[in-house]
Design a protein around this ligand. Structure first.
Ligand code: BES
Ligand code: MN
Ligand code: ZN
Length: 472
């Protein structure tokens, strides 16, 4: 029997602040300095103190994107060298040519330190000497705005990592029921309302899409409703997240290796839960609603079938051509449910299509909207936050591609071309009553090499969402 202590979770960094470098003479604390070289290294100073020389390259080439990677390099190099305590001079990172406020840089540093330090180790036996997480970071700065922004950044980083924990958790663990419990726990801890509809209530609501996809699984569907209302009489922003806790494809079973990683198919739902948690933790004066239809897509005698015609909550019927295009089927009901909030904006977040990955690679989520202003805002916030997005068209012409023969609309296009777009135009059929943005995060389901994040989920697009919620 393995002892429980053998497992250990990631713990957040302890930040300290010092007025000047003289305060950090502790031998255990490694000093960070930036160099104009391209490579980074660790050296030992004559005093015995370690120093992390971070290759930042030519100063004029530094931009907000490279600064993110630079800040992660600090943590990544420390971990590789088993250095647990760091000190850095804030001014070294405050490049004037970027024309960023120090609070923006401080926030970015803290977010990315947390993200780079995180690893999903809770199912791995601890090494004898423990994990090599960075424990303490001392920031040399007298600016109280810096201190405050570091605190905020750390909270954001923590919730990004929490999204990663939810997404990385195995499908057999992170079932619809458990995902709903996690939302409830967060609501109790940070004081916001979470209501969970079970099978009976979902039936009563006539959410035919959710019921169809959940049919094949022994896990009951849950419809998670989160309400954070601190914005007085303002109309709310509604976030909708795809919560497929495991996507086997259903009767159109995914072949070979393409089923691997499908426990992360609730990443959109996880991001919505974390974004609302963040809004509460940061005490935003806004009204925000989160909706997460949570189901498992499995093959069995009770599965929905190709050829089935599903009546959704909206009354529109879906002709099922492929049971593996399940995300849009459950989201149809959530988008309909959103209407009751009379929202000023609805944003849905979903690991919706492999086609979005084919189109964009793994470095940007696909964004779809009819509203050019919103599109530009989201691209801009994507740049600022590091959750990059890129637009694809949502033209009415594409509606032709999902016209049903025996139902109103089909859940796949006529052919394999433009699969991310046909999925988006499908969702649009249920989102015509309010301003709407769809973000297909399938490209960002997992971190890629070079971005200095641990393998597995990367927590997209929580950083973008919190910036959007602050502004919307
Ligand atoms: N969850 C998948 C999309 C996905 C694929 C996310 C790879 C992350 C990585 C989605 O439910 C799906 O299976 N989509 C199908 C749609 C097709 C059947 C029209 C796809 O993309 O192949
Ligand atoms: Mn699928
Ligand atoms: Zn899916």
């Amino acid at each position: 029997m393995r002892k429980k202590e053998a497992f250990q979770r990631y713990k957040k960094i302890k930040f300290f602040f010092a007025a000047d470098a003289g305060k950090v003479r502790d031998k255990e604390i490694a000093v960070v300095s930036l160099t104009q070289k391209n490579d980074s290294e660790v050296i030992t100073l004559p005093t015995g103190q370690k120093s992390l020389l971070i290759g930042a390259g030519k100063t004029r080439k530094i931009n907000s994107r490279t600064l993110i990677i630079l800040s992660r390099t600090v943590i990544s190099l420390a971990k590789q060298n088993n250095i647990k305590k760091l000190a850095l001079n804030f001014m070294d990172f405050a490049f004037p040519h970027l024309k960023l406020k120090s609070s923006a840089i401080a926030e970015m540093l803290a977010v990315n330190f947390e993200m780079a330090n995180f690893e999903f180790v809770q199912y791995k036996t601890s090494p004898a000497k423990g994990w090599n997480f960075v424990r303490e970071v001392t920031i040399i700065s007298k600016d109280s705005a810096v201190k405050k922004a570091v605190g905020k950044g750390q909270t954001i980083g923590e919730e990004v990592n929490n999204t990663r924990v939810l997404a990385n958790s195995p499908g057999g663990v992170m079932t619809p029921k458990v995902l709903a419990q996690k939302a409830k726990e967060a609501g109790r801890k940070y004081n916001f309302k979470v209501r969970v509809l079970g099978l009976k209530e979902i039936q009563k609501m006539k959410m035919g899409g959710v019921l169809a996809v959940a049919g094949g699984s022994r896990e009951e569907p849950k419809f998670i409703i989160i309400e954070y209302m601190s914005g007085g009489k303002e109309k709310p922003v509604v976030l909708v997240g795809k919560g497929v806790t495991f996507d086997s494809g259903g009767l159109n079973l995914k072949p070979g290796e393409s089923m691997q990683g499908m426990h992360t198919d609730m990443s959109g739902g996880a991001a919505v839960i974390s974004a609302l948690t963040l809004a509460a933790r940061l005490k935003l004066k806004k009204n925000i609603v989160g909706l997460v239809p949570a189901v498992e897509n499995m093959p069995s005698g009770s599965s929905y079938r190709p050829g089935d015609i599903v009546e959704t909550m909206s009354g529109k019927t879906i002709e099922v051509l492929n049971t593996d295009a399940e995300g849009r089927v459950i989201l149809s009901d959530a988008l309909t449910y959103a209407v009751r909030y009379n929202p000023k904006l609805v944003v849905d977040i979903a690991t919706l299509t492999g086609a979005a990955m084919i189109a964009l690679g793994q470095r940007a989520s696909a964004v779809f909207t009819k509203d050019l202003k919103l599109e530009n805002l989201i691209r801009e916030l994507g740049e600022q936050s590091g959750d990059y997005v890129w637009p694809l068209p949502l033209w009415d012409e594409y509606e032709e591609d999902i016209k049903g023969t025996f139902g109103d609309i089909t859940n796949t296009g006529r052919n394999r071309y433009g699969g991310a777009i046909t999925a988006a135009i499908f969702l649009y059929q249920f989102a015509k009553e309010y301003p709407w943005v769809h973000i297909d995060i399938a490209p960002r389901t997992t971190a890629v090499e070079g971005e200095l994040l641990a393998k597995g989920a990367c927590g997209a697009p929580v950083r973008l969402l919190i910036k959007l919620l602050e502004q919307a």
